[in-house]
Design a binder for this molecule. Structure first.
Ligand SMILES: Cc1cc2nc3c(=O)[nH]c(=O)nc-3n(C[C@H](O)[C@H](O)[C@H](O)COP(=O)(O)OP(=O)(O)OC[C@H]3O[C@@H](n4cnc5c(N)ncnc54)[C@H](O)[C@@H]3O)c2cc1C
Length: 517
């Protein structure tokens, strides 16, 4: 993926695109993959970097959602469990099975959660990841040595999937590009174009790097902008009723020593009635999440003090070594686009919706990362009818995602790149590029060069937040990596000293927000 080449194709396009997608998160990128794989001409524009929004800020679970089972939303759980299986099949280098233990501190919890999780296994059917089972106290502690033993009766182990969200997003972008889609980051849609009858037939975009303004004409516009859904809908109809509400969830990241073993901890009912996970991820421990309603979305939401305290306090009840603020290596915040309804945000629908405005603008929102493929299929099916496009079947159930590699564990730290790891290793034959960028994180200089050359990374933040996950794992270390990363990128992108200085300054200011003081 090269941005200059994408821009050239967009500029030179004479005919209308079949589908133009606004929003480069899981939802929009899923639509781009689906539509391009069906053979349609697709363009996608993202206001910032691919995955800058919620899609890089999830709990990193590919799951059916045990909590939705409790809420009785069986169709959602079944559909998500099936998607979980398909995603592991199509991106085996990125999706892994993970064992979760629900610890039991009361006698009734074992039968209660045991039966619930058996139902979860059953609903997965042939897409199952492993059978759940009851554990004795000793077995529970064997799997979770960091678990508070006092009062522990036993536990239940069950299996779900885990992934690297931003890496999957980049590999989806590369999949879409492999199938011919044109993708532009740093290119917000600033207005919608209309035909004589008032139907949306294009988007006006601005290239944030050059300031160039472009009109892209298209048969169908798909609005896949997550929590920004309504602001794009209001470009077509300023009086449009809101479709989504925003709810914030934060995660705290700690050193791996807080969670020994390879099993995740799942607390099914916190004091505010939510689920809390502590999961091993990229050799760290991630704890979350919260559910705080917000009035207005932003691209860099801030954690609230009470959210940080809530996670620390809840995790401390279950871990032998209670984490404190000083132990937090990074805090990251994501915003859920929840389909509007009545009630608390934690009980609003996690299902996706497809909405067509009078102007013909096709909006897709809600859902979850795990179900992005199914959402995309549904959306493109609608686009075909609405845009009178030729009826092409959806091929994504068995479509390999870029990087697809069955046996990738031997790639060590480069595992998430799957089949691209070989090319990065080739770059790292140069001693300078084999050098680690920080002693506390596994990233090497070759990954920066690869990201700038092939993954459309344009800024230090793109590399440290989404091409690698340094910012999300250890914000202090990421801040220290800014300078070498900027220098490596400057060579690749042909930037000068002033650019390096500015990039370092901007990134360090951002990294402060990911630290807890
Ligand atoms: C805390 C939290 C934890 C979660 N954990 C999980 C999990 O473990 N598993 C799971 O399956 N799901 C999880 N989810 C849900 C999942 O992350 C989201 O459903 C999904 O990422 C939403 O993707 P999206 O593409 O709709 O939105 P986003 O990822 O927010 O993408 C929307 C994009 O649109 C862009 N945009 C906005 N306006 C414009 C414009 N005018 N022009 C161009 N681009 C624009 C934005 O910059 C943004 O990048 C979690 C969500 C949260 C908040």
């Amino acid at each position: 993926m090269r941005r200059e080449e994408m821009l050239r194709r967009v500029r030179e396009r004479q005919r209308p695109w079949d589908i133009a997608v606004i929003g480069g998160g899981a939802t929009g990128m899923g639509v781009a993959v689906d539509a391009a794989a069906r053979g349609f001409d697709v363009v996608l524009v993202e206001a910032h970097d691919f995955g800058k929004g919620t899609s890089s800020r999830s709990t990193k679970l590919v799951h059916g959602g045990v909590r939705y089972l409790e809420q009785g939303n069986i169709p959602l759980v079944m559909s998500a469990l099936k998607e979980r299986g398909l995603l592991r099949q199509n991106a085996p280098h990125l999706v892994h099975d993970l064992a979760f233990v629900v610890p039991n501190y009361s006698w009734w919890e074992a039968p209660f959660y045991g039966i619930g999780l058996k139902l979860y296994d059953m609903l997965a059917g042939k897409y199952g990841f492993g059978a759940s089972k009851l554990l004795s106290k000793e077995e529970t502690l064997e799997r979770l040595p960091s678990l508070e033993p006092e009062g522990l009766v036993g536990g239940v182990v069950y299996y779900d999937g885990q992934f690297d969200d931003a890496r999957l997003l980049i590999h989806l972008a590369m999949t879409a590009a492999d199938h011919g889609a044109a993708l532009l980051n740093y290119c917000p849609a600033t207005a919608l174009l209309r035909d004589a009858d008032g139907y949306v037939n294009g988007i006006h975009v601005r290239d944030e790097e050059s300031g160039e303004e472009l009109d892209l004409s298209t048969r169908i516009v798909v609005n896949a902008t997550g929590v920004f859904t309504d602001s794009v809908r209001r470009m077509a109809d300023p009086a449009a009723d809101p479709l989504v509400v925003t709810s914030q969830g934060i995660h705290l990241v700690f050193d791996r020593s807080f969670l020994k073993g390879d099993t995740a901890l799942m607390v099914p009912r916190t004091s505010d009635g939510r689920v809390l996970f502590v999961i091993p991820w990229h050799d760290h421990a991630v704890a979350g999440t919260t559910d705080t309603p917000l009035d207005a979305p932003s691209l860099e939401p801030k954690p609230l003090d009470e959210e940080i305290e809530f996670i620390l306090e809840t995790a401390s009840r279950y871990l032998t070594r209670p984490p404190t603020r000083a132990d937090v290596l990074a805090v990251y915040v994501g915003l859920r686009p929840l389909v509007k309804g009545e009630g608390k945000t934690s009980t609003l629908s996690r299902d996706h919706v497809i909405h067509v405005d009078d102007s013909g603008l096709l909006t897709i929102t809600g859902g979850k990362w795990t179900t992005y493929r199914h959402m995309a299929e549904d959306c493109v099916d609608h686009a075909i009818v609405l845009g009178k496009l030729r009826d092409e079947p959806c091929p994504t159930r068995n479509l390999k995602i870029h990087g697809h590699l069955k046996k990738s564990t031997q790639l060590g730290n480069l595992e998430v790149y799957g089949s691209d790891a070989e090319a990065i290793r080739a770059l790292a034959k140069d001693q300078l590029l084999a050098a680690p960028l920080h002693e506390d994180l596994p990233y090497i200089a070759a990954e920066v060069v690869w990201a700038a050359r092939n993954e459309m990374a344009r800024t230090v933040e793109d590399v440290l937040a989404r091409r690698t996950r340094a910012l999300f794992l250890n914000a202090g270390a990421a801040s220290e990596m800014a300078e070498p990363v900027a220098s490596l990128m400057a060579v690749e992108l042909g930037r000068d000293e002033a650019w390096i200085e500015k990039q370092v300054q901007v990134f360090r200011a951002l990294a402060e927000q990911y630290q807890v003081v």
